[in-house]
Design a protein around this ligand. Structure first.
Ligand SMILES: Nc1ncnc2c1ncn2[C@@H]1O[C@H](COP(=O)(O)OP(=O)(O)OP(=O)(O)O)[C@@H](O)[C@H]1O
Length: 477
């Protein structure tokens, strides 16, 4: 069990401020502290003394400390935003800020025993302890909005019990708004960051993610979808939930079950406690040292799954955080965790999206342009520069699936960085926002591409896409 211990050495037990006032005080002190820090830095610079981490006077080491410390204190949404941003490339986010978010991720403190006990009593009842033969009160991993404990059930099953920090669900919107306005004041995010859109999407997804019952259902759904495939493993959820809830809302035209109500029989999963079978393996970001064959296998499995989620299941786990993908070297399986940000896509949308990807894979610029207009990426009245930038970025994504790519060398390319080059043009000259679905899709795809390039893999992506395309049925189901 100790091999699972992943909390950073600096993590310490600290009570999470669960009240609204407590959370506002944390942000209030950050605002005040940052203001002072920035003025001091500007002064130091004008005097010719430069100790800053980047060209942005806001990002001094002292300010970064304040951001890290405040985000560790309110955790929850702030930490989640950091995670969503930290998946981006350093071209988009200043390295100093990236490092700050990474530190928040590493050093999330954990709840003291008394607070854990309180949440478990409230969620599982006074007798919660009797459900386990063993339970470790110290967490072995930090989650973005909770912490994860090891336990053993009476039947011997080892489990991971994710316990949500109190107050996170209620404070999520204000936490995000507070953090983003703090960072926006100093223009930390370059225009190409799409921070407003990212925030909008983050809020929606976080409202799903704080509901651990929803996560339990989505995990079960993925377990069922991948059950017959020996390459993947989804842990068993400990809780007999009924598949009846309409969490996916818009999923009317898909063949995925639509849930319309729910009922919980076994309370080891509640809206703030999520219990699943303990999995074995290591998170894929630790795979960089492994041999190329294993790295290729890991990335092929992730890429193939991503395509299947889009075009076969039309349900996708949209958080490409690398710690959500584990690899079990014994079974050679990709183990999947964290279905909190799962969402579905309509058949109609995917019919069109698949055509765009195919057109790009076939290097057909005219068709990419035409389909993009039909899908609402472009209005048809854009400047030539905007049209070109849009088509160029789609074509870059399509390269991975083109015939000439053969085995695409992710280590030798910098797909995400090349796309980023076009972002400012698109942002300045864009006449309409892209379809709402695109934010989660492109976040996931760029997360997968980024992982492939970090692991320097060479994989044949075209056959995966062609196989899906060959079996795809266009039109209503
Ligand atoms: N069933 C499990 N078996 C082993 N470890 C687990 C299990 N579930 C979660 N963990 C550990 O806890 C960590 C956080 O869990 P999870 O990803 O579900 O939380 P989260 O809040 O959704 O976090 P994030 O958004 O950071 O991915 C995982 O990266 C993993 O290390």
């Amino acid at each position: 069990m100790t091999s699972f211990f992943q909390l950073g050495p600096t993590a310490k037990a600290r009570k999470v401020p669960s009240s609204r006032i407590g959370r506002m005080v944390s942000f209030g002190s950050l605002f005040a502290g940052l203001g002072v820090g920035t003025v001091a830095e500007v002064t130091r610079r004008s005097l010719g003394v430069n100790e800053s981490l980047t060209d942005n006077p806001f990002l001094t080491s002292a300010n970064v400390e304040r951001i890290v410390s405040t985000m560790c204190k309110v955790r929850g949404a702030a930490l989640k935003i950091g995670q969503l941003l930290s998946i981006q490339d350093s071209e988009i986010i200043p390295p100093a800020l990236q490092a700050a978010f990474e530190r928040v991720r590493q050093s999330a403190d954990f709840m003291p025993t008394s607070q854990v006990e309180g949440v478990l009593k409230r969620e599982l009842g006074d007798e919660w302890r009797s459900r386990f033969v063993e339970f470790d009160m110290k967490p072995f991993a930090a989650a973005s909005i909770g912490q994860v404990h090891w336990g053993k059930l009476p039947d011997g099953t080892e489990v991971a019990v994710k316990i949500q920090y109190p107050g996170v669900a209620a404070g999520i919107n204000s936490d995000i708004e507070n953090l983003v306005s703090v960072l926006n004041i100093w223009n930390v995010f370059p225009p190409g960051m799409f921070i407003d859109k990212l925030v909008e999407v983050a809020k929606k997804e976080l409202s799903w993610e704080v509901d651990y019952l929803r996560e339990a259902e989505c995990t079960k759904q993925f377990r069922a979808l991948l059950e017959a495939d020996p390459d993947y493993y989804v842990p068993r959820v400990i809780g007999k939930l009924f598949f009846l809830l309409d969490w996916f809302g818009q999923n009317t035209s898909s063949n995925i079950p639509v849930f319309t109500d729910f009922h919980v029989e076994d309370e080891l999963c509640t809206s703030q406690v999520f219990t699943s079978e303990l999995i074995e393996g290591f998170s894929v970001d630790k795979a960089a040292e492994l041999d190329l064959e294993t790295r290729n296998r890991i990335c092929s499995l992730i890429m193939h799954l991503c395509l299947k989620e889009l075009f076969v299941f039309r349900v996708m786990q949209t958080d490409p955080n690398w710690s959500n993908f584990f690899y079990n070297q014994k079974t050679r399986q990709l183990v999947l965790l964290d279905f909190g940000a799962t969402r579905s896509y309509s058949k109609e949308f995917m019919d069109q999206y698949l055509e765009v990807i195919m057109a790009a894979a076939d290097r057909n610029r005219e068709r990419v342009l035409k389909l993009s207009q039909e899908m609402g990426f472009l209005t048809g009245y854009e400047s030539k520069a905007m049209e070109e930038a849009h088509v160029d970025t789609v074509m870059i994504l399509g390269e991975v699936f083109s015939e000439s790519a053969n085995e695409f060398d992710f280590g030798g390319q910098n797909t995400v960085k090349r796309v980023t080059k076009y972002v400012p043009t698109m942002l300045n000259q864009r006449l309409c926002p892209p379809p709402e679905e695109i934010y989660s899709i492109h976040r996931k795809i760029s997360g997968v591409f980024l992982l492939c390039s970090k692991l320097k893999v060479k994989i044949a992506c075209r056959p995966m896409l062609m196989d899906i395309y060959k079996n795809y049925r266009f039109g209503p189901v």
